[in-house]
Design a protein around this ligand. Structure first.
Ligand SMILES: CC(C)(COP(=O)(O)OP(=O)(O)OC[C@H]1O[C@@H](n2cnc3c(N)ncnc32)[C@H](O)[C@@H]1OP(=O)(O)O)[C@@H](O)C(=O)NCCC(=O)NCCS
Length: 206
């Protein structure tokens, strides 16, 4: 029996649990700060909080953080590594990941996502449902590529950035650190660190 602990019992956590079942994990336990008030996340039990997870790490064959907020996910991921947790990555069976692509530890590649040849995904990333990351793209750690976003070839995305649902990014574009690309944006020029950009062509609003 392969047992997986998931830290973060929200909607994204449910999708990660469902993905884990699809790739052969047998038992799934959630840990979340809402415990003990909440004891279930849909079909799966919530059995403790962060502190209890640290105590129980030895019971699990793998651990993953399923928190949508990039900053929080990254902090928890690093904390668990420090505690000696066996962080795992998950790739949904319907996702297409080139044998020449890399997916970092603690990352999830959800249903129908595509990661093409020589693309490189960092640690603790979310490549959400139906997103595409084309050849030679480099996605740094703790990035979220939201559902249906499309990145062309050789796009670079900096740490903790967020590419919104349905956004498109032209080839060879560089997106900085902690950038927020709005839903549906069309990015045709480089984006500096910390900016929020929206629209077609995408322009900064903050
Ligand atoms: C870009 C975003 C982060 C901006 O959020 P915000 O800072 O709270 O900005 P506001 O909602 O105050 O909007 C500011 C202005 O930008 C516009 N705007 C916001 N998001 C926009 C978008 N995606 N496309 C076009 N215009 C947008 C608003 O209409 C508003 O315009 P106004 O000043 O003329 O009224 C957010 O709207 C967004 O698109 N988030 C991505 C959501 C997503 O991908 N979810 C997937 C979850 S898996």
């Amino acid at each position: 029996m392969k047992c997986l602990a998931i830290l973060g019992a929200g909607g994204h956590g449910k999708v990660v649990a469902d993905t884990a079942l699809a790739v052969g994990w047998d038992v799934i336990h959630f840990y979340d700060s809402s415990w003990p008030v909440r004891e279930k996340n849909s079909h799966w039990p919530i059995v403790g909080d962060d502190q209890l997870l640290i105590k129980n790490l030895y019971q699990y064959d793998g651990v993953i953080v399923a928190i949508g907020d990039n900053q929080v996910r990254w902090q928890k991921h690093l904390m668990l590594i420090e505690q000696g947790a066996k962080l795992v990555s998950l790739v949904h069976p319907s996702a297409q990941v080139s044998i020449y692509a890399k997916v970092g530890i603690g990352s999830v590649v959800l249903a129908n996502a595509v990661i093409n040849v020589d693309a490189d995904i960092g640690d603790a990333c979310i490549i959400n449902v139906g997103a595409t990351v084309d050849h030679d793209s480099h996605i740094a750690s703790a990035v979220h590529i939201c559902p249906g976003a499309n990145l062309s070839g050789a796009v670079c995305v900096g740490e903790k950035s967020w590419v919104g649902i349905g956004a498109s990014v032209k080839q060879d574009i560089k997106i900085g650190l902690e950038v927020m690309i709005g839903a549906g944006a069309v990015v045709v020029s480089d984006v500096s660190d910390g900016l929020v950009v929206v629209g077609n062509p995408a322009k900064s609003i903050h």
